[in-house]
Design a protein around this ligand. Structure first.
Ligand SMILES: [Zn+2]
Length: 108
């Protein structure tokens, strides 16, 4: 399981770096425009693109943190134990969702 999580972490970090690079490029493009979003068609689309990039970067960071949390739980021995009720999370659920923090009962 550790290997799989480490691979997930590497992928999540790489994704965040890509998203951060996209984000930076879009922010720089936005700074290059005249910034009048209300009346400038190009400015509006840059603002929209930027909001998408913000959201994507945010999701990427949340995922990276989730993998880091799972690795921390592996290290401290709490991995696979439900954060809600304290019972073990089923092997099937962990196989499908290695980052799961709760059992299926508590996730509902
Ligand atoms: Zn539970």
């Amino acid at each position: 399981m550790t290997d799989r999580l480490r691979a997930e972490l590497a992928a999540a970090i790489a994704a965040v770096q890509d998203l951060a690079a996209d984000h930076r490029r879009i922010v720089e493009a936005a700074q290059g425009s005249n910034g009048d979003d209300e009346h400038d068609v190009e400015g509006t689309s840059i603002a929209f693109e930027r909001s998408l990039a913000d959201a994507a970067l945010q999701r990427g960071r949340v995922r990276e943190q989730a993998v880091r949390d799972a690795l921390r739980r592996l290290a401290d021995g709490s991995y696979g134990r439900c954060a809600g009720c304290g019972r073990p999370i089923s092997a099937e659920r962990l196989a499908a969702l290695p980052l799961a923090e709760t059992c299926i009962g508590c996730a509902r």
